[in-house]
Design a protein. Structure first.
Ligand code: CA
Length: 228
Protein backbone atom coordinates (compact mmCIF):
# COMPACT_ATOMS: atom_id res chain seq x y z
CA UNK A 1 0.00 0.00 0.00
CA UNK A 2 1.27 3.47 -0.78
CA UNK A 3 0.33 4.61 2.70
CA UNK A 4 3.01 3.56 5.15
CA UNK A 5 2.35 3.71 8.85
CA UNK A 6 4.47 6.29 10.63
CA UNK A 7 5.84 5.36 14.06
CA UNK A 8 7.39 7.83 16.49
CA UNK A 9 9.98 6.43 18.89
CA UNK A 10 10.63 8.59 21.95
CA UNK A 11 13.61 7.28 23.91
CA UNK A 12 16.60 9.14 25.35
CA UNK A 13 18.84 6.07 25.46
CA UNK A 14 20.58 6.13 22.03
CA UNK A 15 21.28 2.38 21.72
CA UNK A 16 17.70 1.43 22.59
CA UNK A 17 16.26 4.10 20.31
CA UNK A 18 18.37 3.00 17.36
CA UNK A 19 17.59 -0.70 17.79
CA UNK A 20 13.89 0.11 17.84
CA UNK A 21 14.07 2.43 14.84
CA UNK A 22 16.13 -0.09 12.88
CA UNK A 23 13.69 -2.92 13.52
CA UNK A 24 10.61 -0.83 12.82
CA UNK A 25 12.10 0.32 9.52
CA UNK A 26 12.96 -3.27 8.66
CA UNK A 27 9.24 -4.04 9.13
CA UNK A 28 8.43 -1.39 6.51
CA UNK A 29 7.36 1.40 8.83
CA UNK A 30 8.37 5.03 8.46
CA UNK A 31 10.11 5.99 11.70
CA UNK A 32 10.69 9.32 13.43
CA UNK A 33 12.84 9.58 16.52
CA UNK A 34 12.82 11.97 19.45
CA UNK A 35 15.22 11.99 22.40
CA UNK A 36 13.07 14.05 24.75
CA UNK A 37 9.49 15.00 25.49
CA UNK A 38 9.61 18.52 24.05
CA UNK A 39 10.87 17.32 20.68
CA UNK A 40 8.32 14.51 20.72
CA UNK A 41 5.43 16.96 21.20
CA UNK A 42 6.72 19.20 18.39
CA UNK A 43 7.08 16.25 16.03
CA UNK A 44 3.61 14.96 16.88
CA UNK A 45 2.08 18.38 16.14
CA UNK A 46 3.95 18.65 12.86
CA UNK A 47 3.63 15.16 11.43
CA UNK A 48 1.19 13.03 13.40
CA UNK A 49 2.36 9.41 13.69
CA UNK A 50 0.09 6.35 13.60
CA UNK A 51 1.66 4.97 16.81
CA UNK A 52 3.87 6.51 19.51
CA UNK A 53 6.36 4.28 21.35
CA UNK A 54 7.12 6.31 24.44
CA UNK A 55 9.71 5.77 27.14
CA UNK A 56 8.55 6.67 30.64
CA UNK A 57 11.90 8.02 31.87
CA UNK A 58 12.84 11.04 29.75
CA UNK A 59 14.74 14.18 30.69
CA UNK A 60 12.60 17.25 31.54
CA UNK A 61 9.14 16.41 30.20
CA UNK A 62 8.47 12.79 31.27
CA UNK A 63 6.84 10.16 29.10
CA UNK A 64 3.78 10.32 31.33
CA UNK A 65 3.41 14.04 30.70
CA UNK A 66 3.85 13.57 26.94
CA UNK A 67 1.17 10.88 27.01
CA UNK A 68 -1.18 13.09 29.01
CA UNK A 69 -0.80 15.95 26.56
CA UNK A 70 -1.30 13.70 23.53
CA UNK A 71 -4.45 12.26 25.08
CA UNK A 72 -5.83 15.65 26.12
CA UNK A 73 -5.90 17.09 22.59
CA UNK A 74 -8.70 16.30 20.17
CA UNK A 75 -6.29 16.23 17.20
CA UNK A 76 -3.95 13.68 18.78
CA UNK A 77 -5.93 11.68 21.33
CA UNK A 78 -6.73 8.86 18.89
CA UNK A 79 -3.02 8.13 18.33
CA UNK A 80 -2.18 4.91 20.21
CA UNK A 81 0.61 5.27 22.78
CA UNK A 82 2.72 2.30 23.87
CA UNK A 83 4.57 3.17 27.09
CA UNK A 84 7.94 1.62 27.86
CA UNK A 85 9.10 1.39 31.43
CA UNK A 86 11.97 -0.16 33.31
CA UNK A 87 9.97 -1.86 36.02
CA UNK A 88 6.58 -3.48 36.31
CA UNK A 89 5.81 -1.33 39.38
CA UNK A 90 6.13 1.66 37.09
CA UNK A 91 3.63 0.15 34.72
CA UNK A 92 1.24 -0.26 37.64
CA UNK A 93 1.75 3.40 38.44
CA UNK A 94 1.21 4.50 34.85
CA UNK A 95 -2.06 2.57 34.85
CA UNK A 96 -3.02 4.17 38.15
CA UNK A 97 -2.21 7.64 36.85
CA UNK A 98 -4.74 7.28 34.06
CA UNK A 99 -2.43 8.71 31.45
CA UNK A 100 -4.55 7.12 28.74
CA UNK A 101 -1.68 4.98 27.40
CA UNK A 102 -3.04 2.23 25.15
CA UNK A 103 -0.45 -0.40 25.99
CA UNK A 104 2.51 -0.94 28.32
CA UNK A 105 5.75 -2.82 27.80
CA UNK A 106 8.26 -3.55 30.57
CA UNK A 107 11.99 -3.31 29.87
CA UNK A 108 13.90 -5.35 28.96
CA UNK A 109 11.46 -6.36 26.25
CA UNK A 110 11.93 -8.50 23.18
CA UNK A 111 11.88 -6.46 19.98
CA UNK A 112 9.61 -9.07 18.40
CA UNK A 113 7.08 -8.58 21.19
CA UNK A 114 7.16 -4.81 20.82
CA UNK A 115 6.71 -5.05 17.03
CA UNK A 116 3.68 -7.29 17.61
CA UNK A 117 2.21 -4.68 19.96
CA UNK A 118 2.80 -1.93 17.37
CA UNK A 119 1.10 -3.99 14.66
CA UNK A 120 -1.77 -4.70 17.03
CA UNK A 121 -2.31 -0.99 17.65
CA UNK A 122 -2.27 -0.24 13.91
CA UNK A 123 -4.79 -3.02 13.20
CA UNK A 124 -7.08 -1.54 15.81
CA UNK A 125 -6.74 2.17 15.01
CA UNK A 126 -5.77 2.21 11.31
CA UNK A 127 -7.14 -0.97 9.71
CA UNK A 128 -6.67 0.47 6.22
CA UNK A 129 -2.92 0.46 6.85
CA UNK A 130 -2.93 -3.12 8.09
CA UNK A 131 -4.06 -4.85 4.91
CA UNK A 132 -7.59 -5.48 6.18
CA UNK A 133 -10.91 -5.61 4.39
CA UNK A 134 -13.09 -2.69 5.43
CA UNK A 135 -16.82 -2.73 4.96
CA UNK A 136 -19.41 0.01 5.01
CA UNK A 137 -22.91 -1.11 4.08
CA UNK A 138 -22.60 -2.48 0.52
CA UNK A 139 -19.09 -1.06 -0.02
CA UNK A 140 -16.03 -3.27 0.51
CA UNK A 141 -12.46 -2.02 0.44
CA UNK A 142 -9.59 -4.49 0.50
CA UNK A 143 -6.54 -2.53 1.66
CA UNK A 144 -4.22 -5.40 0.72
CA UNK A 145 -5.24 -5.84 -2.92
CA UNK A 146 -6.61 -2.27 -3.35
CA UNK A 147 -9.89 -3.68 -4.68
CA UNK A 148 -13.12 -1.86 -4.02
CA UNK A 149 -16.54 -3.31 -4.68
CA UNK A 150 -20.09 -2.10 -4.25
CA UNK A 151 -22.82 -4.75 -4.15
CA UNK A 152 -20.10 -7.13 -5.30
CA UNK A 153 -19.44 -5.10 -8.44
CA UNK A 154 -15.91 -3.72 -8.93
CA UNK A 155 -15.52 0.04 -8.45
CA UNK A 156 -12.70 1.66 -10.40
CA UNK A 157 -10.83 4.26 -8.33
CA UNK A 158 -7.69 6.28 -8.93
CA UNK A 159 -5.00 6.14 -6.20
CA UNK A 160 -6.13 9.40 -4.58
CA UNK A 161 -9.80 8.35 -4.51
CA UNK A 162 -8.72 5.01 -3.05
CA UNK A 163 -6.87 6.75 -0.21
CA UNK A 164 -9.83 9.06 0.34
CA UNK A 165 -12.22 6.15 0.64
CA UNK A 166 -9.74 4.27 2.91
CA UNK A 167 -9.75 7.23 5.26
CA UNK A 168 -13.52 7.72 5.25
CA UNK A 169 -14.36 4.02 5.61
CA UNK A 170 -12.13 3.59 8.67
CA UNK A 171 -14.46 5.75 10.71
CA UNK A 172 -17.92 5.91 9.16
CA UNK A 173 -19.90 8.87 10.44
CA UNK A 174 -16.83 10.84 11.43
CA UNK A 175 -16.73 14.27 9.77
CA UNK A 176 -13.36 15.10 8.22
CA UNK A 177 -12.44 18.68 7.44
CA UNK A 178 -10.75 19.42 4.12
CA UNK A 179 -7.50 20.13 5.99
CA UNK A 180 -7.65 16.81 7.81
CA UNK A 181 -8.25 14.99 4.54
CA UNK A 182 -5.34 16.86 2.94
CA UNK A 183 -3.03 15.73 5.75
CA UNK A 184 -4.22 12.16 5.64
CA UNK A 185 -4.58 11.61 1.91
CA UNK A 186 -1.99 13.92 0.35
CA UNK A 187 0.43 14.30 3.26
CA UNK A 188 1.71 17.41 4.95
CA UNK A 189 4.68 18.03 2.71
CA UNK A 190 2.68 18.53 -0.44
CA UNK A 191 0.99 21.83 -1.14
CA UNK A 192 -2.50 21.20 -2.43
CA UNK A 193 -5.40 23.63 -2.46
CA UNK A 194 -8.35 22.55 -0.31
CA UNK A 195 -10.55 22.74 -3.41
CA UNK A 196 -8.57 19.79 -4.76
CA UNK A 197 -10.23 17.76 -1.99
CA UNK A 198 -13.65 18.67 -3.40
CA UNK A 199 -12.57 17.62 -6.88
CA UNK A 200 -11.44 14.18 -5.70
CA UNK A 201 -14.48 13.69 -3.47
CA UNK A 202 -16.54 14.42 -6.60
CA UNK A 203 -14.64 11.72 -8.50
CA UNK A 204 -15.06 9.26 -5.63
CA UNK A 205 -18.82 9.92 -5.58
CA UNK A 206 -19.07 9.47 -9.32
CA UNK A 207 -17.26 6.11 -9.16
CA UNK A 208 -19.34 4.86 -6.23
CA UNK A 209 -22.64 5.83 -7.83
CA UNK A 210 -21.78 4.67 -11.38
CA UNK A 211 -24.28 1.77 -11.15
CA UNK A 212 -27.08 4.02 -9.99
CA UNK A 213 -26.48 3.39 -6.29
CA UNK A 214 -27.12 6.15 -3.76
CA UNK A 215 -24.33 8.57 -2.82
CA UNK A 216 -22.77 7.38 0.47
CA UNK A 217 -20.58 10.49 0.95
CA UNK A 218 -22.19 13.22 2.99
CA UNK A 219 -21.21 16.88 2.67
CA UNK A 220 -21.39 18.63 6.03
CA UNK A 221 -21.71 22.32 5.37
CA UNK A 222 -18.90 24.37 6.80
CA UNK A 223 -17.27 21.22 8.23
CA UNK A 224 -16.28 18.74 5.55
CA UNK A 225 -17.17 15.22 4.50
CA UNK A 226 -18.14 11.94 6.06
CA UNK A 227 -19.15 8.48 4.95
CA UNK A 228 -22.77 8.02 5.94
CA1 CA B 1 14.86 6.64 29.27
Amino acid sequence: MSQIAHILVVEDEPAQREVLAYNLEAEGFRVSQATNGEDALLLIAEDAPEVIVLDWMLPNVSGIEVCRRVKSRIETRDIPVIMLSARSEEVDRVRGLETGADDYVVKPYSVGELLARVRGQIRRSRPALAGQVLVYEDIQLDSETHRVTRNGEPVKLGPTEFRLLSTLIEKPGRVWSRDQLLDRVWGRDIYVDTRTVDVHVGRLRKALTANGDSDPVRTVRGAGYSLG
